[in-house]
Design a protein around this ligand. Structure first.
Ligand SMILES: [Zn+2]
Ligand SMILES: [Zn+2]
Length: 300
């Protein structure tokens, strides 16, 4: 149909950007600093998606600090949060997130397990004040595997459990005809040769897949039941799911910039002939999903 993409998007708004995301934290397990982490960054999981409404936070890792520093002082933040699970690296930014301690601020947190773990995690003697007591409003919604609209954000969400060491969800975010899959922690199978049916559903045909790539294959041979995937497994899954762009995520704190560049280069070359773009998430990076990008990708 002239003027309309195969997925129903109007090509008339050729240069408009409809969905953006920024990586404020890309690291797994724990934050890390130093000259070997200048390119890909040292903060833990925190990604912000914007699709015309209120921002959507993917997890609450230490990358929240960089986001807070970019806000006007005293500005009340209002956002929805898709929390994958409660491991430290995914929640540790919340207690230090000063923009929520402002009248009128509001976070709606959607999680597989409700508010109990947050109350226990950030309470004396481990932390002096529960973030749920801050001046802004924090609402926690326990979700099961489901599809739902995020209020005020303009996105639809599919939430499904994925294999990990504790209960963890992956999310698929859909807005304006674009789809983003977020699976930050994913226990790959021992042989790295089968795919979880839910993970494939989340990634199916996605414009962007943000996926756990913590261990090299040598590390996976030793830590194969520690809850994570390899870059090669993430790429194989994204390819099997028919995704367009894989972003390697949840980098191991011991992996240096030069190691990550080498992994990115090797997988990008291997999968380019198959129509899958592969990059590794860099702290501070912005990815824009626009009709222009879609048209360009479609022309390849
Ligand atoms: Zn993690
Ligand atoms: Zn985890």
């Amino acid at each position: 149909m002239p003027g309309v993409s195969s997925r129903g998007r109007k090509l008339a708004s050729f240069s408009s950007v409809t969905v953006s995301m920024r990586f404020y934290g890309t690291r797994g397990s724990r934050p890390v600093v130093g000259p070997d982490h200048a390119i890909f960054g040292g903060d833990t999981s925190f990604v912000v998606v914007e699709a015309g409404g209120e921002p959507v936070f993917l997890d609450l890792g230490t990358g929240m600090d960089g986001y807070a520093r970019g806000l006007a002082p005293g500005a009340p933040v209002r956002a929805s949060v898709l929390l994958s699970h409660y491991h430290f690296d995914h929640v540790q930014g919340l207690p230090f997130f000063s923009p929520i301690d402002v009248e009128g601020a509001r976070l709606r947190i959607f999680t597989p397990e409700g508010s109990g773990p947050l109350e226990r995690l950030f309470a004396p003697p481990y932390f002096p004040v529960s973030p749920l007591r801050y001046r802004g409003e924090i609402s926690v919604f326990r979700i099961g595997e489901s599809r739902f609209d995020l209020p005020a954000s303009g996105v639809e969400v599919l939430a499904l459990e994925v294999p990990h060491t504790d209960t963890a969800y992956g999310y698929r975010i859909e807005a304006d005809g674009f789809s983003i899959c977020y699976i930050p922690d994913h226990q790959a199978p021992p042989g790295l040769d089968t795919f979880d049916e839910r993970a494939l559903r989340l990634a199916s045909g996605a414009d962007l897949v943000i996926h756990d790539s913590q261990y090299s294959e040598a590390e996976f041979a030793v830590k194969g039941d520690w809850g994570h995937s390899t870059p090669g497994y993430a790429a194989a899954l994204a390819h099997r799911a028919g995704a367009k762009h894989l972003v390697l995520f949840h980098h191991d704190p011991l992996h240096t910039d030069s190691e990550l560049v080498a992994v990115e280069r090797e997988l990008a070359a291997r999968y380019a002939p198959h129509g899958l773009r592969v990059t590794a998430a860099r702290q501070g990076e912005v990815i824009l999903l626009s009709d222009q990008h879609a048209a360009a990708a479609g022309a390849l």
